[in-house]
Design a protein around this ligand. Sequence first.
Ligand code: EPU
Length: 334
Amino acid sequence: MNIYSDYDLKKHNTFGMDVKASTFIEYNSVDELKSIIPTLGGNVLHIGGGSNLLFKGDFEGTILHSAIKGIDIVEHDDKEGKVTVRVGAGEVWDDFVAWAVEHGLGGVENLSLIPGEVGASAVQNIGAYGVEAKDVISTVETINLKTGEARIFTNEECSYAYRQSIFKNELKGMYAVTHVVYTLSTKAELKLEYGNIKAVLGERDSLTYADVRQAIIDIRNAKLPDPKVLGNAGSFFMNPVVSRDKFLSIQKDYPQMPFYEVEGGVKIPAGWMIDQCGWKGKSLGRAAVHDKQALVLVNLGGATSDEIVALCETICRDVKAKFDVDIHPEVNFI
Ligand code: EPU
């Protein structure tokens, strides 16, 4: 276990904010986590890879980070092709995806290159290109951060929805995820319907999970900024779901608007609306809207969180004025 004081968080937030934590604790096992729980008091925040956070200033309190590693096959059903894999929360998400593809296991290849760690995949319900973490999560192993008790959540108990889970809502801050158990398959069907996956793959006789992974990597690299080069936290906003009536009234003026029918209404890409407002590639101070994907806000270098927040608020106001739709950040403000 490593315990640091007055700890520089720059490496732990992909926005590249220059902030510190009073205490930073990184643990390597469930037992180490349990041993520190009685010493924790006051403000406690558990982070993953820091790819979905915006620190609004120094963190006065204790930040916990899991370094629990390991990718283990715990069950292999040859007949069904189903393979159950238990993964440590501190594994880098894309390392797990690469491992799955190398082992001929399908289910997560569309989630290639998403920044962050395995623990966060279960909290955020990460998603991309027609797949969400909830589609492959079987159970989530946790420790209660007050009592130290272990609890295993079934997929249903996690109340998953678009970028949502019980760990972000009712049970926010109460449990640390230590392991996630995924069900992958040697017979999983390829999911190629979203966006331009098929166009990128081209005409081929047979496709593997590795081919799909490579196509997703190519698509992401072409659109999304590398946080090592340009600080960012991926999509800054969630895509809003509006009523059918509202959708139809916008569509009258913008017949080319992309949309997805979902339960409870119609989802409109916030990136498209921000783009329509003329924000793509524009900046406000040292905060900017990425020039290839308007849903992503970037730190041009040395941006303060106030500058990012000011850009966020201005964009929300402009989208509201143009479309009468409220959009909300996906990124967690700390
Ligand atoms: N669009 C524009 N202009 C833009 C951006 C998008 O017109 O500047 C249009 C696109 O042409 C497309 C539609 O909006 O018709 C949707 O765009 P895209 O496929 O890029 O996806 P998104 O809805 O903007 C979501 C996720 C991404 C994920 C992609 C692909 C959220 C908040 N974001 O973005 O996730 O990679 O779909 O599945 O749901 C993330 O969460 O950090 C993230 C990157």
